[in-house]
Design a protein around this ligand. Structure first.
Ligand code: UDP
Ligand code: MG
Length: 316
């Protein structure tokens, strides 16, 4: 029989895990020909989440708890859950479904993702039509972030695609072949390619209990991480600025020297000095950029990413 591992990253969610489990059990029990396991990753919660999960484990058959030794953050919680699924070496077909613990990812939509997988889709993503938990300011910041990110990043990351998705075994193995240290699931999936994805829309309700764990600093770190992870363009900017500075100061310098020689009246040396200073500082920036280009190559090489992902389809 096929199996779905449902990975639920959980940080301070004592108020939601009970409701989520109950609702998932109700929604998933209607699905035929497929077993499932709820894998709660307790990401170093400081409240009673862990105790609540142990209680739930006593009531329900198919709950596994992965208890992180401290709070490692959402991305690593998802990674820990995914690695658990891979390590099970489940022989038959399996899929991994990622969702949040706060009921913002509705269990009925999770059931829909699984149905699509059973019908043959290998990568099922969700698109949020609205997020009732976030205000206007947050959404504007989000838009700006994606605009900048997709402007400078080599990998395009679509907007409003939350970490609520189903990957079949093939995609799971591809994802786990990416050994990057700073992990960002959205970007990594885009790197693999989203061409064959099925996308379904849903509206994210307000969180069931507790409060959002993402504050401005977290998001800032995620923003910096994702730019650095998927682009070497910031390094290239140095060489561009240096190059432009060199060109312009050289032109001004030439003009200024020319004027000096053609005018009978000798000019003061201020402009010439300025040009020389700008020229040499631009040269320094240019060479910093050149060093940056080499560092960029090292940056890409040490990630040791697979060069491509594909299926081989032979004639039957
Ligand atoms: N989460 C986690 N580790 C963290 C922060 C959050 O596992 O360090 C979980 C959290 O319990 C939730 C999900 O990640 O299930 C999304 O977090 P949250 O709801 O706070 O983010 P938002 O939906 O507000 O973007
Ligand atoms: Mg949430």
């Amino acid at each position: 029989m096929k199996k779905v591992y449902i990975i639920i990253s959980t940080y301070n969610e004592e108020g939601s895990v009970g409701m989520l489990t109950q609702s998932l059990e109700e929604n998933l029990s209607t699905i035929q020909n497929c077993s499932y396991e709820l894998v709660f990753v307790n990401d170093g919660s400081k409240d009673q989440t862990f105790v609540k999960l142990l209680d739930l484990q006593k009531i329900y058959q198919n709950i596994t708890i992965i208890n992180q030794s401290k709070n490692f953050g959402h991305e690593l919680a998802m990674t820990a859950g995914m690695n658990y699924a891979v390590e099970q070496n489940f022989e038959n077909e399996y899929a991994v479904l990622f969702m949040d613990a706060d009921m913002q990812h509705p269990p009925e939509v999770a059931a829909e993702l699984i149905r699509l997988w059973l019908a043959g889709d290998s990568l099922v993503l969700t698109k949020r039509t609205d997020n009732l938990d976030k205000g206007f300011r947050y959404k504007m910041m989000g838009n700006l972030y994606y605009w900048i990110l997709n402007g400078i990043s080599d990998v395009k990351i679509p907007r409003n695609m939350p970490d609520f998705r189903l990957l079949d075994k093939k995609y799971v193995l591809w994802m786990s072949s990416l050994n990057e240290h700073d992990r960002m699931f959205r970007g990594m999936l885009s790197l693999i390619g989203l061409t064959n994805a099925t996308i379904i829309n849903f509206e994210a309700p307000k969180r069931f209990a507790g409060q959002s764990n993402y504050n401005f600093l977290n998001l800032y770190k995620l923003a910096i991480d994702s730019v650095i992870q998927f682009s070497v363009k910031p390094l290239r900017i140095a060489s561009l600025i240096g190059f432009l500075g060199c060109v312009f100061s050289f032109i001004f310098l030439t003009v200024s020297v020319y004027i000096n020689f053609t005018n009978n009246e000798p000019r003061t040396g201020f402009l010439t000095l300025l040009c020389i200073t700008v020229f040499f500082s631009s040269l320094t920036i240019l060479f910093l950029g050149v060093i940056g280009e080499y560092i960029g190559r090292i940056h890409i090489q040490v990630k040791n990413r697979p060069l491509y992902f594909n299926d081989v389809i032979k004639k039957k």
